[in-house]
Design a protein around this ligand. Structure first.
Ligand code: CP
Length: 304
């Protein structure tokens, strides 16, 4: 059973299916149900800004009967005011779950190694598993399944791409990534994607058209993530042609979903207006962060 949620790989195939079933049930009915966080506190520690993750975890804790405490980067000063290990050992005395958004993925491992309570990755430089859980829930809601679909990711092969790919392959989808030379998946990540496959195929290409042909889902994320701002000009040049727009969508299967985790850099990875496209489900992805994370918290706290 999963004790932490640092990677979408931390849950078994059965647990991932349970997360989607339970998230879908929460999407249908917000009120009622088990209260596994009754009288308990979730500590939320964020080294980077957030709208969706911060607010949805706060509401998730409340709707599961508990309470969330938010700690920004300046309040705690991880490894500046005190080491991560000490912060973990103190927070575990009060909180039942630690939710952390970190600069370096290794920080999550240090939290997990030093806290006896579950640790949840609220975004790191390597993975964004909570986003992937919501994305897979969204795909299943709109397509009725994930298995057998072709999920295509266009652009920077980043944390969202890796978590989405690992989850989609685990559920039996094909996963295609189109990214420019120099920004493709590292070999180790590609190997992890292949290893998680339950029959689906992995395609890594530098050609967005090739990746999009036959796609049921067309997904993109920003070319420049938080912390990479110094590379903005270089990335804008490298990612020209890797935009999700009407022309690219026309190559996908009819009714293909347009997906983005938000926030969007309009005019870069996504053409202005595509978020409001009839085939876009981006706002449902955002809503589903709440439902999926309620399922994650319940799994970790009550071990269902
Ligand atoms: N998608 C996502 O993680 O949004 P925030 O950065 O606003 O939390």
């Amino acid at each position: 059973m999963a004790t932490d949620f640092l990677s979408i790989d931390d849950v078994t195939d059965d647990e991932l299916a349970w997360l989607l079933d339970t998230g879908n049930a929460y999407a249908s009915q917000r009120e009622g149900g088990p209260q596994p966080l009754q009288g308990r506190t979730v500590a939320m520690l964020f080294e980077k800004p957030s709208l969706r993750t911060k607010v949805s975890f706060d509401i998730a804790a409340y709707e599961l009967g508990g309470h969330a405490v938010y700690l920004g980067a300046d309040e705690v000063g991880l490894d500046k005011r005190e080491p991560v290990e000490d912060v973990a050992r103190v927070l575990e005395r009060w909180a039942s779950v630690i939710v952390a958004r970190v600069m370096a993925h290794s920080t999550l491992g240090r939290f997990a190694a030093n806290a006896s309570v579950p640790v949840v990755n609220a975004l790191s430089d390597v993975e964004h598993p909570c986003q992937a859980a919501a994305d897979l829930l969204t795909i299943r809601q709109h397509k009725g399944r994930v298995e057998g679909l072709k999920v295509t990711y266009i652009g920077d092969a980043n944390n969202c791409a890796l978590s989405l790919g690992l989850g989609a392959l685990a559920l039996g989808a094909d996963f295609a990534v189109a990214s420019p030379d120099g920004y493709a998946f590292p070999d180790a990540d590609a190997a992890r994607l292949r290893a998680r496959s339950n029959g689906g195929a992995l395609m890594l290409t530098a050609d967005p058209d090739e990746a999009t042909d036959g796609a049921d889902v067309l997904y993109t994320d920003v070319w420049t993530s938080m912390g990479q701002e110094a590379e903005t000009a270089q990335r804008r040049a490298a990612f020209q042609g890797f935009q999700v727009n009407e022309r690219l969508l026309s190559r996908a299967n009819p009714g293909a979903l347009v997906m983005h985790p938000m926030p969007v850099h309009y005019g870069e990875e996504m053409e202005q207006g595509m978020l409001e496209h009839p085939q876009s489900v981006a706002y449902t992805q955002a809503e589903n962060r709440l439902h999926a994370q309620k399922a994650v918290l319940r799994l970790l706290v009550s071990g269902e």
